[in-house]
Design a protein around this ligand. Structure first.
Ligand code: EPS
Length: 393
């Protein structure tokens, strides 16, 4: 990111998670309801393990905000891990019980997880040292920071939503969803599915996978609506907003592929079917009868909805294990099981929303600038006036 910076810290079963978000202008009103709602939404979803019953994911604001308004200084956030109480002997930052730690030691790396690569990279004998930070628990810290980006975007009129598009094979061939379909996603439904008629099937598939000791992946789509025209740039490779969004959303745990708009379908057909016609309405608005491009042309937002789909591999912690090696004997051994989720797709959508919010807020600050929300809003209005007048003057 160019104007915003985000660092997170903390282990899955350590004392808690920290977020440090700098670059948010002064004078943004903190919407606590929104923050709490996002945190709750991330914990929700059929197929999660027992951990989500332990945590409450309450965000404590420890810096950068006074009297409910941002100060322009870094926003410091803290989320306590309730589960730390059960893990103190093994995870205390200063003193651990070696015997208990040995019992919780992870010594057969899980294929698909960071265990092997991280163990070799950081030369850790106990792969717990890898899994604790590679855990998706970290995403709570990102969702908290993403809420502040969402609050900023709301001031510009931009909204972001997501939904589960497919789970395993169910819904895998569904067409790219629209904003109207996103508005229909029921946040309280078991899976936050875009096509609610398929939820029962999805729930049954999760039950089957749980019985089999297996896991499931799928796809989530995020749509940003009413995004300012002209965010990102084609003038340098690393300024293209599609690349910036792809990088951010790819960082959501277990995501292995990204699609902008209807890219997969477009790649299989001719150009005449792939692109979105340009029309000018009587009201002076640019209209596109279709949005195959997913709101991005040349890596620049074009006034249409920004549509991004993330494809998640099945979670790599399987109860029945996978072929691996015991690090003590160096003999073949099934990978170890740690309590885990069967799928975390509904949560992945919420995390992806946070990442999209952070990138769009960053790009909006880059284009519109300002140390305060007052300036940002003035720059936004001036830019809108220029864009409305174009190309006549
Ligand atoms: C995760 C393993 C599970 C998940 C966790 C991600 O945690 P635990 O081992 O404590 O049961 O529940 O997700 C979260 C803790 C979370 O907040 O999303 C993993 O290994 O990635």
């Amino acid at each position: 990111m160019r104007r915003l910076q985000l660092l997170t810290g903390g282990e899955s079963h350590g004392p808690g998670l920290t977020s440090l978000l700098s670059g948010i202008p002064a004078g943004l009103r903190v919407d606590l309801d929104l923050l709490r709602r996002d945190m709750r939404r991330r914990m929700h979803g059929y197929g999660r393990g027992g951990r989500m019953k332990i945590e409450v994911d309450e965000v404590e604001i420890r810096g950068g905000v006074r009297g409910g308004e941002t100060l322009g200084s870094p926003i410091a956030l803290w989320i306590e891990n309730r589960d730390f109480d059960n893990w103190r002997a093994v995870m205390d930052p200063l003193e651990i019980d070696q015997k208990k730690a040995e019992l919780r030691r992870l010594k057969s790396p899980r294929p698909g997880h960071a265990d092997l690569a991280g163990g070799v990279k950081y030369l850790r004998r106990d792969l717990r040292d890898v899994l604790e930070r590679a855990s998706a628990r970290e995403s709570a810290a990102r969702v908290a920071a993403g809420s502040f980006a969402r609050m900023l975007l709301a001031e510009l009129g931009t909204e972001i939503r997501s939904g589960v598009r497919s789970l395993g094979p169910i819904g895998a061939d569904s067409p790219t969803p629209t904003w109207e379909e996103m508005l229909g996603v029921d946040e309280e439904s078991p899976l936050r599915a875009i096509d609610r008629t398929r939820e029962a099937e999805m729930v049954a598939l999760i039950d089957q996978a749980a019985d089999d000791g297996d896991t499931l992946g799928g796809a989530v789509t995020v749509i940003a609506h009413n995004v300012p025209f002209g965010l990102g740039s084609y003038t340098q490779w690393d300024e293209k907003l599609d690349g910036r969004l792809a990088r951010a959303v790819m960082s959501v745990p277990a995501v292995k592929a990204i699609e902008i708009g209807a890219a997969l379908t477009a790649s299989r057909g001719p150009g005449s079917a792939a692109h979105d016609a340009i029309e000018r309405g009587d009201d002076g608005q640019w209209r596109r009868p279709t949005n195959h491009a997913g709101g991005l042309e040349g890596g620049v937002t074009n006034g249409q909805d920004v549509v991004i789909t993330a494809y998640k591999k099945p979670i790599s912690t399987l109860r029945r294990g996978l072929p691996s090696v015991d690090l003590d004997t160096l003999e073949p051994h099934r990978s170890q099981y740690e309590r885990s989720d069967v799928t975390a797709l509904p949560a992945a959508g919420v995390i992806a929303e946070a990442m999209v919010a952070l990138v769009l807020a960053d790009a909006a600050l880059e284009k519109l600038g300002g140390d305060s929300m007052t300036e940002l809003e003035a720059h936004h209005q001036a830019t809108l006036a220029q864009q409305r007048a174009w190309p006549r003057r």
